[in-house]
Design a protein around this ligand. Structure first.
Ligand SMILES: Cc1cc2nc3c(=O)[nH]c(=O)nc-3n(C[C@H](O)[C@H](O)[C@H](O)COP(=O)(O)OP(=O)(O)OC[C@H]3O[C@@H](n4cnc5c(N)ncnc54)[C@H](O)[C@@H]3O)c2cc1C
Length: 457
């Protein structure tokens, strides 16, 4: 049996980025499905280019831009249309209102009472123990801001329930702002003055969709990426990890599992029931992405923005829709538009939903909002039955427990979007951070280890 220096399980964006940053270890990557990328997936059909998972990547800081450039993907990158800064939300009359200072101060989204309440925000006392997003926002900004602004935003990012999500785990920037300045409004003004242009983030994708990034990462692995190779069981034997995958058994000095929490729980249960129970507590709701393509004249709304968020209090099933063909170029044939709508999430169980029903539902919901005539020329629904991990109350404690348990399992690392942030950029950052740790500087010496021509980072 061959001994590898490092085996990575999971070729989602986390596992692939880890393999890239740890390339001086010449890792072997095992992926359960027939293609790399996990939920980063794009579909080109009938001239429409749909992203079935993440639709964009937010570039902040240096790490992800450096990765894109090291991979030679600069020419593939496309910047979001500047109009994408305009983000719509529905108000109680189901009209689209552009979010921004105008929406906060004008009367189309918030009542006079809610706007006056904002003036008192700088004088409210900071939080005590861990709070839900609802409790935090209610306390600082009031219930209308929660229902009409924050809750739709939480649906857009986590497909989550603000009553259950922990503000410090899911939106750490908010709690940091409160701690730093004692007020969200004061902190926002400070940051705006302090940052100038230097701290600006950029919203990007690739000419052929988000899948370009995992595909390029996967191509650097060559035959060191094994597709259709699920890790089925793990065992510790002497100083090595023994991994069963299909009809083969592999050995590794180090094992890095970049997998969803429920998969980790099942694999680790025979080794440590405590870690399995903790990981099993992380809830993943189902989310569906529905791409709809129309001839331009069938959609009366100008689609001049990022998209529209739909507050849960309106009782509409669709969480929101992105104006994909406005956001990035070449997403639809000339004279056509592409929308990407979302269903499901923590407040609306859609497991078991089928494609026709989901397409019908979003059409019914979006028709009056965007004034859509007729049927779409292109429609595709992708159901992710375990879509996005929810950083609920107690999440931080769960992660601490996992770290403590890991101390008893040598040469094992666990990664994934259930820790360190759910955005693609967070997953890449997590992999980069791991690779910078001292334990990963000097590669192991598994029999299959060979010096790579790429210099260690
Ligand atoms: C609908 C949707 C929209 C999103 N939109 C955005 C967005 O616009 N911007 C953004 O930044 N983020 C977005 N995200 C979040 C982001 O896409 C994910 O958090 C990120 O891609 C997760 O990457 P991962 O590698 O941690 O996990 P995954 O993508 O889940 O990858 C895990 C991999 O492990 C494999 N695997 C599972 N079991 C095994 C096993 N036993 N052995 C081997 N392999 C196994 C899986 O097949 C998969 O390839 C979105 C997510 C979803 C679902």
């Amino acid at each position: 049996m061959r001994t590898e220096a490092l085996i990575i399980a999971g070729a989602g964006i986390t596992g692939l980025s880890a393999a890239w940053y740890l390339r001086h270890w010449n890792p072997l990557v095992l992926e359960a499905s027939g293609q790399p990328g996990g939920n980063v997936r794009s579909l080109e059909k009938g001239g429409f280019l749909s992203d079935l998972g993440p639709n964009s990547l937010l570039l902040r800081g240096h790490q992800v831009p450096e990765l894109i450039s090291e991979l030679g993907l600069g020419p593939e990158l496309c910047e979001a249309n500047p109009v994408a800064r305009r983000r719509y939300v529905l108000n109680r009359r189901r009209e689209m209102v552009a979010l921004g200072p105008g929406a906060l101060l004008g009367g189309r989204l918030l009542s006079l009472q809610a706007r006056l309440r904002l003036l008192g925000e700088p004088f409210r006392s900071p939080s005590g123990p861990e709070e839900s997003i609802s409790s935090f926002v209610n306390r600082r900004l009031g219930p209308e801001i929660l229902h009409w602004i924050v809750s739709p935003f939480v649906s857009g990012v986590f497909a989550g329930d603000p009553d259950r999500l922990s503000v410090s785990a899911a939106l750490p920037r908010l709690t940091a702002m409160e701690q730093e300045s004692g007020s969200l409004i004061r902190a926002a003004l400070h940051r705006r003055r302090g940052n100038g242009h230097a701290g600006r983030s950029r919203l990007v994708s690739f000419r052929h969709g988000m899948q370009t990034l995992p595909e390029r990462l996967a191509s650097t692995l060559g035959d060191r990426l094994l597709l259709n190779s699920p890790v089925e069981s793990l065992q510790r034997e002497g100083n090595l990890w023994k991994i069963r995958s299909g009809n083969q058994t592999l050995q590794a000095e180090k094992l890095l599992l970049a997998l969803p929490a429920p998969v980790l729980a099942a694999l680790l249960r025979p080794l440590h029931t405590g870690i399995a129970e903790t990981l099993d507590e992380i809830f993943y709701p189902a989310v569906a992405t529905i791409g709809l393509g129309f001839p331009r004249q069938q959609v009366e709304h100008s689609m001049d923005g990022f998209g529209v968020l739909i507050p849960r209090v309106l009782g509409i099933q669709t969480l929101g829709a992105l104006f994909s063909s406005t956001l990035f170029p070449d997403r639809a044939p000339t004279g056509h538009v592409l929308l990407t709508a979302f269903l499901g999430g923590a407040q609306n169980d859609i497991r078991g939903g089928e494609e026709t029903g989901m397409v019908r539902q979003v059409l019914e919901d979006l028709r009056p909002i965007l004034r859509i005539q007729g049927d779409p020329e292109y429609a595709h629904a992708q159901l992710w039955s375990q879509a996005i991990p929810q950083y609920e109350i107690g999440h931080q404690k769960r992660l601490e427990q996992v770290n403590r348990f890991l101390e008893t399992l040598p040469n094992l690392s666990l990664m994934g979007n259930w820790r360190g942030g759910v955005a693609v950029g967070d997953c890449i950052a997590q992999a980069g951070e791991l690779a910078r740790a001292p334990a990963w500087q000097n590669p192991g010496t598994g029999e299959n280890f060979r010096e790579t021509t790429v210099p260690p980072r």
